[in-house]
Design a binder for this molecule. Structure first.
Ligand SMILES: [Zn+2]
Ligand SMILES: [Zn+2]
Length: 185
């Protein structure tokens, strides 16, 4: 039996199926939720969970706000963003999965289940969290990236920034000089 903050007891809910449960949970976000480029800022995150018993199964609705950080794929700046993981999932009984499998429904092996005592929200929430992250992280959807000549982010450069007729090896120096001059005016 998994032992984590995502595992919630459900015996009481199943005993009184007419009474839905609302809980404020604190989930410990494991490292396995991180992707190659994105990591989460907080280890413990509060989430709203509602559990409704229905026909032996349990409908779980979760909303989990996550702050994540990544390096912009265009300008290489580290940035922080937020996403809201929302899950609406029906957890059926293991007996119903066995039944469906015996009737030839192969997809039934993928159905999330509860065992009558506990429900583990972690696997489906992890899937939703990873799906919610962009494939190419951007600090801003308009990020213009880096100047190919001097390697500075366009964000930090002047609008008319260019390198015409200048040896690229001296571009950085020239820009620093320009920056000083502008500062004095
Ligand atoms: Zn960027
Ligand atoms: Zn440049």
């Amino acid at each position: 039996m998994p032992n984590s903050s995502f595992v919630l007891p459900v015996t009481e809910l199943l005993r009184n199926p007419q009474v839905p449960q609302y809980r404020e949970c604190v989930f410990e976000i494991p490292e396995s939720w991180e992707t190659e480029y994105a990591s989460y800022l907080a280890e413990s995150v509060g989430a709203d969970v509602s559990l409704t018993a229905s026909d032996g199964g349990i409908l779980a609705s979760v909303s989990l706000p996550l702050q994540w950080t990544a390096q912009c794929s265009r300008c290489a700046t580290d940035f922080v963003d937020t996403l809201e993981v929302s899950l609406n999932e029906y957890y059926t009984t293991e007996a119903k999965v066995v039944n469906a499998l015996s009737e030839g429904d192969e997809e039934a092996s993928e159905w999330p289940t509860h065992d009558g005592f506990q429900i583990d929200l972690e696997p489906r929430l992890r899937e939703e969290a990873i799906l919610a992250l962009p494939l190419l992280p951007l600090c801003d959807s308009d990020c213009e990236g880096l100047c190919p000549d001097c390697g500075f982010p366009y964000e930090e450069l002047e609008a008319d920034h260019s390198h015409e007729e200048i040896d690229p090896r001296f571009a950085k120096l020239q820009m620093l000089f320009k920056g000083n001059k502008d500062g004095q005016e």
